[in-house]
Design a protein. Sequence first.
Length: 465
Amino acid sequence: MAEKPWGGRFREETLKIVEAFTASIGFDKRMYRQDIAGSIAHAKMLSAVGVITPEESETLQSGLKKVLSAIEAGEVEFTEALEDIHMNVEKRLTDMVGAVGGKLHTGRSRNDQVALDLRLYLADEIPVVLDLLRGLCEVFATRGKTDAEKLLPGYTHLQRAQPVTFGHHWLAYYEMFSRDMERMVETLRRTKRSPLGAGALAGTPYPLDREMVASEVGFDAVMRNSLDAVSDRDFALELLFNGSVIMTHLSRLSEELVLWSSQEYGFIRLSDGFCTGSSIMPQKKNPDVPELLRGKVGRVHGNMIALLTTLKSLPLAYNKDMQEDKEPVFDTLDTIKGSLAITIEMVRSLSLNPERARAALDAGFVNATDLADYLAKKGLPFREAHEVVGKAVAYCEDRGIALEGLTLEELKGFSKIIEADIFEVLPVEASVAARKAIGGPAPENVKREADMALERLESLWPRRG
């Protein structure tokens, strides 16, 4: 039992099946860099406060750096018998530097150590997610400006509603993903708080300088309560929630790309590189990438529910259940990073089919609201105008014509206040151009908003590197 960090109290060996069941090394080994960074900071601090000598601290720090190099060179074989990344690193360190390696754990517990490691891991990963979110927002803003004048039917209830533009539509997704950035920045801020020094749950009698450790690892503050420090996983829940919202936004985009690229719509063409064919039907071009993106939202939602469920009944402080916090976080990060990266390239490379979009606009009575607004501006109460236009639409449907295909005489049959200037209102270009209020789809608006959107990214998340 000597190999176990807690083995002194036990008389019997741990069953192999129990070692396999309780070990976390299979997944927490990906935190080796963070574990070593936290240990180096801890060793520096122990020397600074006089708990160990400067020579011992230097030995520990040098040894930890060698462990890092050995792991990255593939020279370290992690074992389930040592349970987790912390003990695997400590064992390798002790093998290298001797008994002084056992002093590294002075003043800390695996409970505050693992909480620090996970926070450090997210502090490294969240900026990568933010870089990808920024990249996707840049694509939407750029396409927003490029496609500002390319008309598109706007939909409600999947029915053609009013005319907008592709540029306006892209900027709607910019807004969604920019809010995702805002949430992720806030999560990063709350993540960068150090729990180290909380011990197992009740702090430590050593004169630790917790603020020094926080500063060494690049954190902004320390956790103010030892019980909370070792048992809090709110930061991980925030990450999972943010990931769920990101994937929901990607799923909504993917659904539209699947619809728009279908033969029934034909508004866009996805690059061949993002599609696959059929093993039996030679003509097929399947939108597999957006379909798979749409499908992956389920696993990310599931990860959030998994951790919520794990934490919902846990008393303070640490419980072994909390070992289940890492795999949902790791899987969500892997999924959203891969999903964002491929979406950036897919949206950037897709091409538009404005002719098909225009045909849909011409067939959908999308200018009906403009006729109602015209009547309202002439003094007719809007509810009455709404009824008048509804009758006009029914009339046109029976005859297979559009509103703009009616003669002035026919239009006057619905309302005497209609004049020849109605033909300046009914074209879909006029409908879009008239909507100049903030947030509207007028091309001049969209171009201005696209420029502002690119500028806003610098304040949201400045470009790195």
